[in-house]
Design a protein around this ligand. Structure first.
Ligand code: GLV
Ligand code: GLV
Length: 333
């Protein structure tokens, strides 16, 4: 009998079709907000699953999943998955790093520039028919070139953002849990500073760190109070890193010039205070969303699932495992 895999959301049919070479595929035909019970029920019948950031999976979802051996997450961030619980259940988990790095860095840059130069606000103004009221000081923004870029989280995406800053002649500061090797600092022309120094010195601050209990509301009222009033804040990481009410306060009172947000704490629900503000650019979690990259993410997740379940040329060695060491330790114990 062939293994059975569950595909939680419609992805690219032609890419996902490769699963059918090895497995019986149970695919979800429409975008679905699966409840916790529905996910548990789907996993009970599955040997493997291809899931997305919208599918939360923890101990309760895998408790009855006796056959489940692998979960391939389509996305680099995996805060939708309780990794310790899945490791304890013997489930190998994979994600999709690298393939989205440059595309996501491009978008972070686009959002930062849109916030600084008021691009969304200007377009609304134009579409609402205000051009005849144009004056020489209409819609003036802040410069990006020649300023100080602050990067919070210096993984692959943070480094790709730093490299782009060279053409804009920016000073690049970063903060990260651990300082990068000197060779990487030199190549990205980025200088390590403490968290508070990053906040106070950045003209444009961009968030690219993973979401965890440690990063929950890391950007709160106290952090925002340290930022310069002409600064911008861009978030392409996870919404929960920012206290949205504190951000709305800062933006409403001119204590921060503008924000660019691709991620939100309760997405797809939005904080109405942010929706009411002009000096915030809002996008629906599309930072990795170029066609080529979204296809590459699904292809990598498919490769991971095939290999994790013991098939294909890389059988047993998926390209991007997250908990292989934990599983090996558990098997040896
Ligand atoms: C998107 O947010 C991802 O983590 O891939
Ligand atoms: C995170 O893993 C990144 O690629 O920056």
């Amino acid at each position: 009998e062939r293994p059975r895999v569950w595909v939680s959301q419609p992805l690219f049919d032609d890419v996902v079709a490769r699963l059918g070479e090895h497995f019986d595929v149970v695919a979800t035909a429409r975008v679905t907000q699966h409840g916790p019970e529905a996910i548990a029920a789907a996993l009970r019948e599955a040997d493997g699953a291809l899931v997305t950031l919208n599918d939360p999976i923890g101990a309760a979802q895998v408790a009855g999943a006796g056959r489940l051996r692998a979960i391939a997450n389509v996305g680099v961030g995996y805060n939708n998955l309780d990794l310790p619980a899945l490791s304890a259940a013997g489930v190998l988990v994979t994600n999709t790093p690298d393939v989205l790095t440059e595309t996501t860095a491009d978008f972070g840059w686009a959002l930062m520039m849109a916030a600084a130069r008021r691009i969304s606000e200007a377009e609304h103004w134009l579409r609402e028919g205000h051009w005849r009221q144009w004056s020489f000081d209409s819609l003036l923004g802040g410069d990006v070139h020649g300023t100080t870029l602050g990067i919070l989280g210096m993984g692959r995406i943070g480094q790709a953002i730093a490299r782009r800053a060279a053409g804009f002649r920016m000073r690049v500061l970063y903060h990260n849990r651990s300082r990068l090797p000197e060779a990487v600092e030199r190549e990205t022309a980025a200088s390590y500073v403490g968290f508070e120094e990053l906040l106070t010195r950045a003209d444009h601050l961009i968030l690219v760190l993973p979401y965890s209990p440690q990063s929950h509301h890391l950007i709160d009222a106290a952090a925002l109070a340290r930022m310069q009033p002409h600064a911008t804040l861009t978030n392409i990481a996870r919404g929960g890193i920012v206290d949205e009410d504190a951000l709305a306060d800062a933006l409403e009172h001119g204590r921060l010039a503008a924000a660019g947000l691709d991620v939100f704490e309760g997405e797809p629900a939005l904080n109405p205070r942010l929706l009411a503000l002009r000096n915030v650019v809002l996008t629906p979690h599309i930072a990795s969303g170029s066609l080529a990259t979204r296809r590459a993410m699904v292809a990598l997740a498919v490769d991971n699932l095939i290999a994790a379940l013991g098939y294909g040329p890389d059988a047993g060695r998926p390209p991007s495992p997250l908990n292989a060491a934990q599983l090996a330790e558990r098997a040896g114990a």
